[in-house]
Write a protein of this length. Structure first.
Length: 221
C-alpha cells in the first residue's frame, strides 16, 4: 500500500510540474523573412528564451583564456580547496544516508516479531500474478536505460535512489535464499520453496542487474 500511494503521488507530481513548466515557459516570437542581421538578432533572442540553445558567435581569445584558467584552477586545487569540498560533500551525504538506512533495517529486524513460516504451496493464480509483477518490475528500468544510451549521459539520474534500489533488491534476494527451513520440512521442500518464490527472485534479480547498469553507466559516461 505504501509503494502504491508513493508511486501515485510521484505520478501526480510529474503531471503537475510538467504542465506548470510548459505554461510558465516563455515562447520566442516568430519573425518571418529575416535578413542576415535580423537572423543574428533573432538567434540572440532565442538564446534568451532558451539558454540551452547553441550560440552563433565564435569564441574569441578571452573565452579560451577563461576556460584555460578554470581548467588550471581545477587541476591545481589543493586537497582542501572548495572544489574538493564540493565533490566530497555529496559522497559523505550519500554514504551517511546509506548507513542510516542499513542501521534502521538492522534495528527493525531485531525489534520485529518472529515472522510466520512461509507458505510453500503452489498456487496457480498467485504464480500468474507473481510473474506478471516480475515482468512489469523489470520493464520499469528499461526506459531509463534506453534514455541514458540515447543521450549518452546520466544527467538528472539520482545515484542515491539507485543505490537504495540495489540495496533493497539485494537484501530481498538474501531474505529468500538465506532462509533457514524449520525442522518439519521434508527433503526437497527447500527446492519447492525456491520454485514458489521464483517469480519474485526473477523480478528482484533482473531489476538489480538493471540498477547496477544505470549506476555504473553514470561513471562510464
Amino acid at each position: 500500500m505504501y509503494y502504491t500511494v508513493a508511486d501515485f503521488v510521484l505520478l501526480l507530481q510529474c503531471l503537475y510540474y510538467r504542465r506548470h513548466s510548459d505554461n510558465s515557459r516563455p515562447k520566442a516570437p516568430i519573425i518571418p523573412h529575416l535578413t542576415d542581421l535580423e537572423e543574428e538578432e533573432a538567434a540572440a533572442l532565442a538564446v534568451h528564451f532558451n539558454p540551452s540553445a547553441p550560440l552563433l558567435s565564435t569564441p574569441n581569445d578571452s573565452d579560451y583564456e577563461e576556460e584555460e584558467e578554470e581548467r588550471t584552477i581545477g587541476e591545481s586545487s589543493p586537497p582542501h580547496s572548495p572544489v574538493t569540498k564540493n565533490r566530497l560533500r555529496p559522497f559523505l551525504v550519500n554514504t551517511s544516508a546509506v548507513l542510516a538506512i542499513i542501521c534502521a533495517g538492522i534495528i527493525g529486524w531485531f525489534l520485529s516479531p518472529e515472522s510466520p513460516e512461509p507458505s510453500v504451496e503452489f498456487d496457480v493464480l498467485g504464480q500468474i500474478f507473481g510473474y506478471l509483477c516480475a515482468v512489469f518490475y523489470v520493464a520499469s528500468r528499461v526506459p531509463q536505460i534506453l534514455l541514458n544510451a540515447k543521450r549518452k549521459s546520466c544527467e538528472g539520474v539520482s545515484l542515491l535512489f539507485f543505490i537504495f534500489a540495489c540495496l533493497g533488491n539485494a537484501t530481498f534476494l538474501m531474505s529468500i535464499f538465506l532462509y533457514v527451513p524449520h525442522e518439519g520440512w521434508k527433503e526437497g521442500e527447500y527446492a519447492k520453496y525456491i520454485g514458489v518464490n521464483s517469480s519474485w527472485i526473477l523480478g528482484a534479480a533482473g531489476t538489480l542487474v538493471e540498477d547496477l547498469i544505470v549506476s555504473t553507466s553514470r561513471y562510464i559516461t
